[in-house]
Ligand binder design. Structure first.
Ligand code: PLP
Length: 278
């Protein structure tokens, strides 16, 4: 069985123990990252570690020293070549449950090798469905917080109602998906919500924007209204597990007559090529 990393030790999952007084358990007080590994190489590691540092700073925690070394050691210990690194950092545990954290608390650091479903090209070409819901999550969605109850409820709403993803609307503006960033195409131009506290700065979002710019596709970061979204020509979701997931139906409304659009497939192919050459 593959080992995990917990607070400096490489041990089996079954041996791993965390205190019930851990603030991650009691308060959801912590942050996380999910990093793809291709052929034993962590994908865009610097970008993931930069976002981790930003998330830690935003919750008043210090950087975790030498975390890159621990990640690489764990990758080498893992029996697979392609998987995901799940990194989970909580503020640590304290003797008594208290909203107020002490200044000298030691963080809990967990790193695991995980498998997540990556869709085949065939499945991508068929397209996926999504539903619109009110974005009722908190106003600091730019932090990759382990407090994911809002996202969990919204993703389960999708899965229980036969959709792939829930697309979130706040004040008539698209923010993101419950576990993804969102892009749309109108009249040959690509749009995605601009960054701010209402959405996660996705590493894949960043990669796709870079690839589109390099390939002379018009990409605009701007507000997207609910009407703009449902009347768009193409929509896709992006995340580290699946870089481009085309959406061909939003609730009852077909997008591009229910067929995956050309730009979605072009961007999917650009991302696939980039990953293959990584
Ligand atoms: N937005 C949310 C809410 C997410 O949970 C995720 C990924 O888990 C993303 C966006 C995409 O981020 P990334 O491309 O860094 O995986």
């Amino acid at each position: 069985m593959d080992e995990i990393y917990l607070n400096g030790d490489f041990i089996s999952k079954s041996e791993a123990q965390i205190s019930i007084m851990d603030r991650g358990f009691l308060f959801g007080d912590g942050v996380y990252e999910l990093i793809p590994v291709y052929n034993k190489k962590p994908f865009l590691l610097d970008k993931h570690l930069k976002r981790l540092k930003d998330s830690l700073t935003l919750i008043g925690m210090d950087e975790i020293k030498e975390i890159d070394k621990s990640i690489k050691t764990l990758i080498n210990k893992c029996s697979h070549s392609n998987f995901f690194i799940y990194l989970h950092i909580t503020r640590g545990s304290q003797a008594q449950r208290n909203h107020i954290y002490p200044s000298n608390i030691t963080p809990t650091v967990l790193i695991m090798c995980e498998d997540y479903p990556c869709f085949s090209e065939e499945k991508i070409k068929q397209g996926f469905t999504a539903s619109l819901q009110d974005d009722f999550r908190w106003m600091k969605s730019n932090i990759k917080s382990i407090s994911l109850l809002g996202n969990v409820l919204l993703k389960n709403y999708a899965s229980q109602n036969g959709f792939y993803e829930t697309l979130l609307i706040r004040n008539n503006k698209l923010t993101e998906g419950s576990a993804s960033n969102v892009f749309m195409v109108k009249d040959g131009k690509v749009y995605t919500p601009k960054l701010g506290s209402e959405l996660l700065p996705g590493v894949t979002r960043d990669l796709l924007i870079m690839l589109m710019k390099e390939n002379n596709l018009d990409i605009i970061e701007s507000d997207i209204s609910q009407t703009n979204l449902v009347e768009s020509d193409e929509i896709w979701c992006s995340s580290s597990t699946n870089a481009v997931v085309p959406i061909i139906k939003v609730d009852d409304k077909l997008i591009n007559e229910g067929v995956v659009g050309k730009i979605s497939m072009d961007v999917f192919n650009l991302a696939t090529k980039f990953i293959d050459n990584f």
